[in-house]
Design a protein around this ligand. Structure first.
Ligand SMILES: *[C@@H]1O[C@H](CO)[C@@H](O)[C@H](O)[C@H]1NC(C)=O
Ligand SMILES: *[C@@H]1O[C@H](CO)[C@@H](O)[C@H](O)[C@H]1NC(C)=O
Ligand SMILES: *[C@@H]1O[C@H](CO)[C@@H](O)[C@H](O)[C@H]1NC(C)=O
Ligand SMILES: *[C@@H]1O[C@H](CO)[C@@H](O)[C@H](O)[C@H]1NC(C)=O
Length: 392
């Protein structure tokens, strides 16, 4: 019992770590700020201020593009600030002198960032480019949230002056490539929902501290990934490549990985030894691909660290073998016609399974949307004694 509880708490820990784990159920809100204990919760002004008309806008630090669209709503100015260096379109709270809040203000260009800024919030605006000028004195920035803008270009030089940047969120923009020159200090990089079709060679080298890389919902193909793109990411724990156009499993994924999400691609084949070097891999998602029995070697998912395996919406006709440690298995919407508990039981049914702690840890099994009908075969129940939910 103890081991089971231990694993369960490991799972719970993951849920707490925020993680992409909940992503399909509850899509990440672009407005959400990086989660951390040091998160400065900046209070909203008590009285809602009416939007100030455009003429009051200070000249942007970066020259406006000649063809700047004029149909954007007017910039919303922040309240008067005690800080002379506070940009007019932002909020500088005396309680959080290291935060610069410029989100939801219809701004087109990044204002000059004060040197005291550690946390920079620029999400939900109309910013189209990230250039070096606004950051010239902002050498202490740790987090930048640029989600949900119109960014199509990030200058290489921007990050040369920000050597301690930890989190960079640029999801929901218009990037076509992974930006180059990202700092080696980075721990989280979110680039989902852009138009990225290419990872330039060396884009991620030197980034040995990166733990989270989110490239969900882009236009990456096998050739766009490049051969050794991920190889230097020695601390990587979460890789999300779901919703792209991959046909093959990504190459050179580091062995430190805990979560690998590849849902909604076109993968039809997994090399036999693909998972052999992953010692910590616990969550694998391959929902909505083109996997059939032919492309799934018999024991490829027999990975002892794996807790959660999702293979829904593929074309599997039989249940792949899995390890006794697996807790959640999603096989719904495949072409499975029969289930033989003796064959899929990770241990021999003759072994002494009366010791509850030794029984396979599978707790949740989804098999709906296949060609199966109840009842659940007796040998399945005999083998999987921890199973408390099975959906047929
Ligand atoms: C950067 O800091 C220097 C020295 O404090 C100051 O003279 C300069 O005006 C600042 N530049 C910007 C763009 O704020
Ligand atoms: C990576 O993290 C370690 C430990 O926190 C730190 O000492 C090191 O400076 C970081 N590397 C970079 C390039 O920031
Ligand atoms: C699955 O892996 C375990 C080690 O975790 C090994 O003992 C067992 O033989 C493997 N089963 C198959 C069918 O490869
Ligand atoms: C399940 O597989 C075992 C081992 O291959 C076989 O002996 C048994 O007859 C199968 N059970 C059913 C119901 O097909």
């Amino acid at each position: 019992m103890k081991a089971g509880v231990g694993l369960f708490s490991a799972l719970a820990l993951f849920l707490l770590m925020g993680a992409v784990f909940t992503q399909r159920v509850r899509p990440k809100k672009p407005t959400r700020r990086p989660a951390t204990t040091r998160k400065p919760a900046v209070p909203k002004p008590a009285v809602p201020r009416p939007a100030v008309p455009r003429p009051a806008v200070p000249k942007p630090a970066v020259p406006a593009e000649p063809q700047e669209p004029t149909d954007f709503p007017p910039v919303i100015l922040g309240p008067p600030s005690m800080y002379p260096d506070c940009p007019r379109e932002c909020l500088c709270s005396p309680s959080y002198p290291n935060s610069l809040n410029c989100e939801n203000r219809n701004i087109r260009a990044i204002p000059v960032v004060p040197s005291r800024t550690h946390y920079l919030y620029l999400q939900n605006n109309y910013i189209s480019e990230v250039t070096a000028e606004p950051f010239v004195n902002a050498t202490e920035v740790r987090w930048i949230n640029l989600a949900n803008n119109r960014i199509h270009r990030i200058d290489k030089q921007v990050f040369e002056k920000i050597p301690s940047l930890l989190y960079l969120y640029v999801h929901r923009n218009q990037l076509k490539e992974v930006p180059s020159g990202l700092p080696a200090s980075l721990e989280q990089l979110r680039l989902s929902k852009n138009r990225i079709s290419k990872i330039p060679a060396g884009a991620f080298n030197k980034m040995g501290n990166l733990t989270l890389l989110d490239l969900y919902h882009n236009q990456l193909s096998d050739s766009g990934l490049g051969k050794n793109s991920f190889k230097d990411l020695k601390s990587l724990m979460q890789l999300n490549l779901a919703h792209n156009t991959l046909k093959k499993m990504p190459d050179g994924v580091p062995g430190s990985l805990i979560q690998l999400f590849l849902d909604r691609n076109r993968i039809d084949d997994i090399p036999k030894d693909y998972f052999k070097d992953f010692a910590h891999l616990a969550f694998v998602r391959l929902n909505y691909n083109q996997l059939s029995d032919k492309g799934v070697p018999k024991a490829v998912f027999n990975i002892s660290s794996l807790l959660d395996l999702q293979l829904a919406h593929n074309q599997l006709a039989s249940i792949p073998l899995f390890n006794g440690h697996l807790e959640h298995l999603h096989l719904n919407h495949n072409s499975i016609e029969s289930i033989n508990g003796t064959l899929i039981c990770p241990y021999s049914l003759q072994a002494d399974l009366s010791d509850y702690t030794l029984a396979p840890r599978l707790r949740y099994l989804r098999l709906d949307g296949n060609h199966l009908s109840p009842p659940i075969p007796l040998d399945v129940i005999m083998c999987f004694r921890h199973l408390h939910s099975i959906v047929i």
